[in-house]
Design a protein around this ligand. Structure first.
Ligand code: F6P
Length: 320
């Protein structure tokens, strides 16, 4: 292993920079040269590679986003795009690629490995929806961001005796919604993994809670459930409590990564370099019960993450 490339791909996640830094520094420590691919896989396709040094990754551990930029690359899904990426790697003598991103990025890494370029994937997504991994880079920061934003909403909601209906990110995954919902003591949490009944899970809960004297409410809704404007209107009609909808949107993806995400990213970046050095490829770095491990990419993509129904039920029990 003489030269490798590092790629950040898909939706950015806080902590990606810490992972890039760890990859670069660990590789240089082992005497391996590193290139950074600009804008995800597009950098490999269009030969936009930056030589990475100890100093190109200085002062980035605390920054959100990704200094390498990122993209969802439709071109990389075509045979021609993939071949261009392989050609770029060959031209530069790149012996391995480390990709930081979500499941879409993992598929790219698997396809590139199949064409002879060994790849290792690192899970970086605020959705925490990677089956083989307890926690992904960016998830902790995003949860804290949602909690901070909802705490602010609570102040105004409480002052007006209102119901705040808050949409948080997660098109297919409700982890962020559920755990932020637990942390803010949301009255109801609606996620794509669990079917809900508007009357039973929202209206009746609010009415029961109102009987005990509480007059403001927070409903957390994952993006995959959506329709928060409509939901707020329906809540107002059904309960008589004034309701406002807020979509938190992309603020959830930005900001300074938490210490937990920086540490996770540093450990995973370092581990990924050592996997490549050991001659491994087509692996996903994961963390289970606080221990780093790795899985075959295809196996990892097929693994389902069972939704934590105990935590979900617990939230409903104590958030009253
Ligand atoms: O996968 C991360 C994520 O933030 C999802 O939670 C969200 O549905 C999606 O990306 C939004 O993507 P985009 O940045 O393309 O709007």
């Amino acid at each position: 292993m003489k030269k490798i490339a590092v790629v950040t791909s898909g939706g950015d996640a806080p902590g990606m920079n810490a992972a890039v830094r760890a990859v670069v520094r660990s590789a240089l420590h082992e005497g391996i040269e590193v290139f950074g691919s600009v804008r995800g896989y597009n950098g490999l396709i269009h030969d936009e590679l930056i030589p990475m040094t100890l100093r190109t990754v200085s002062d980035i551990i605390h920054r959100g986003g990704t200094v390498l930029y990122t993209a969802r690359s439709p071109e990389f899904r075509t045979e021609e795009g993939m071949q261009k990426a392989v050609d770029t790697c060959r031209r530069h003598g790149i012996d391995g690629v480390i990709v930081i991103g979500g499941d879409g990025s993992f598929r790219g890494a698997r396809d590139l490995t199949a064409r002879g370029i060994p790849c290792i994937a690192i899970p970086g997504t605020i959705d925490n929806d990677i089956g083989c991994c307890d926690e992904t880079i960016g998830y902790d920061t995003a949860t804290n961001t949602v909690v901070e934003m909802v705490d602010r909403l609570r102040d105004t909601s409480q002052s007006h005796d209102r119901c705040s209906v808050v949409e948080v990110m997660g098109r297919h995954a409700g982890w962020l919604a559920m755990n932020a919902g637990i942390a803010v003591g949301a009255t109801s949490i609606l996620v794509p993994e669990v079917e809900y009944d508007f009357q039973r899970d929202v209206v009746e809960r609010m009415k029961e809670i109102a009987k005990t004297g509480k007059q403001h409410f927070i409903i957390i809704v994952a993006e995959g459930v959506g329709h928060v404007d409509e939901l707020a209107k329906k809540i107002e009609e059904a309960t008589g409590v004034e309701a406002r909808a807020t979509v938190l949107g992309h603020v959830q993806r930005g900001g300074t990564p938490s210490a937990r995400d920086r540490i996770l990213a540093s450990r995973m970046g370092h581990y990924a370099v050592h996997l490549l050095e050991e001659g491994k490829s087509e692996r996903v770095v994961a963390i289970r019960n606080s221990v780093l491990c790795d899985y075959d990419i295809t196996e990892a993509l097929e693994m389902k993450k069972p939704f934590d129904m105990d935590a979900f039920r617990m939230a409903a029990e104590i958030s009253i």
